[in-house]
Design a protein around this ligand. Structure first.
Ligand code: 13P
Ligand code: SF4
Length: 321
């Protein structure tokens, strides 16, 4: 029996469901029961009746599943697959920022720890960040953590022009504008942050017919050049339904696999071959098999933190229903 057959057999035996993010290795996406963006995977994890969830993604995603389905076993095939951006926001520092803006609504991107979510009013993903931002009354300040680029994108699309950036020394730089401010944490995804505007200009010059699609974790300058901006799932839907035949993709390279699979007659170019999330690539078929054999590594969240985080996740899911 080959590796894939052994995984399938053990998956049946354990009554497990295998969820995979679009940034996972192609062979991992191909064996998954459900492949999706962060929002789809959070929704699927919350509604699964499987006894075991094998989360092929990074730690915060498995943690979110452990929070929304506490009676299931949640396995993360490589316990070291973290998200450097999630690690940029420490709950203690967030508590300090909250004390400066006591009436602020705290919006946390799902790419954050359970402890940060527990201090938040509502979560968001890149698919619904604008909707979540719009749900906050304009006379209430917002603290957005940890992605400064997604926060800026969501604020601007929601018509909020008064932005305050907290820099690494926690000095605050303010952009004048109407209404209550949006205070942006100074975190970023290193993969998207390093898709530089000059790489985009070079790629556009090389492929002048291609339409640029960008993820909102990209820098503001890159997002402003794009024909379409959205989550990985939204980029896939946009390219699949478009009449256009050629696309330039400004996000992690894993998305090229489902894009090409769903659209064999269209051409997709990455803006740069450097856009690789090595944490996402830690999950391999072998590690999935070992996880199912050993029922390890498990991801659990302490009850009080989970209860706090659940409120923020449920507030987001209610808005996305
Ligand atoms: P989405 O799949 O929600 O667009 O998320 C991107 C990401 O960086 C996940 O880590
Ligand atoms: Fe984190 Fe970026 Fe990797 Fe997503 S792609 S897991 S945001 S480092």
């Amino acid at each position: 029996m080959n590796l894939v057959e052994r995984i399938r057999e053990l998956k049946r035996k354990r009554k497990a469901v295998l969820l995979a993010h679009y940034y996972q290795r192609a062979e991992v996406q191909d064996i998954a029961d459900i492949v999706g963006d962060s929002l789809k995977l959070a929704i699927e994890a919350a509604r699964t009746d499987a006894e075991v969830v094998v989360f092929c993604g990074v730690h915060f995603m498995a943690e979110t599943a452990a929070i929304t389905c506490p009676d299931r076993v949640v396995l993360l095939p490589d316990a070291n697959s973290g998200c450097p951006m999630a690690d940029m926001c420490h709950p203690r520092e967030l508590a300090e920022l909250k004390s400066r803006y006591p009436d602020a609504v705290v919006v946390s991107y799902v790419n954050s720890s359970a402890a940060v979510k527990a201090q938040s009013d509502i979560c968001c993903t890149s698919a619904n960040a604008v909707k979540v931002m719009k749900s906050v009354p304009t006379d209430r300040p917002v603290i957005f953590v940890p992605d400064r680029w997604l926060g800026q994108y969501a604020a601007e699309r929601a018509g909020r022009s008064r932005l305050i950036w907290a820099d690494s020394t926690r000095d605050l730089a303010e952009r004048e504008g109407e209404g209550a401010p949006v205070v942006l944490w100074d975190g970023y995804c290193h993969v998207h942050h390093h898709i530089l505007p000059e790489f985009v200009r070079e790629a556009m010059a090389k492929h002048p017919e291609a339409e640029l699609c960008a993820h909102p974790e990209c820098r503001d300058e890159v997002v402003k050049m794009a024909r379409f901006t959205g989550s990985t799932g939204q980029i896939l839907a946009w390219c699949s339904s478009s009449e256009h035949r050629e696309f330039l993709i400004a996000t992690e390279e894993g998305i090229l696999h489902p894009l090409r699979k769903a659209n064999p007659d269209k051409t997709f170019h990455p803006v740069t071959s450097l856009a690789v999330c090595h944490d996402m690539k830690l999950v391999t078929l072998e590690k999935i098999l070992w996880a199912l054999e050993d029922m390890e590594p498990r991801v659990t969240v302490e009850a009080e933190t989970a209860a706090g985080a659940r409120k923020a996740i449920d507030a987001m899911l209610a808005l996305s229903a």
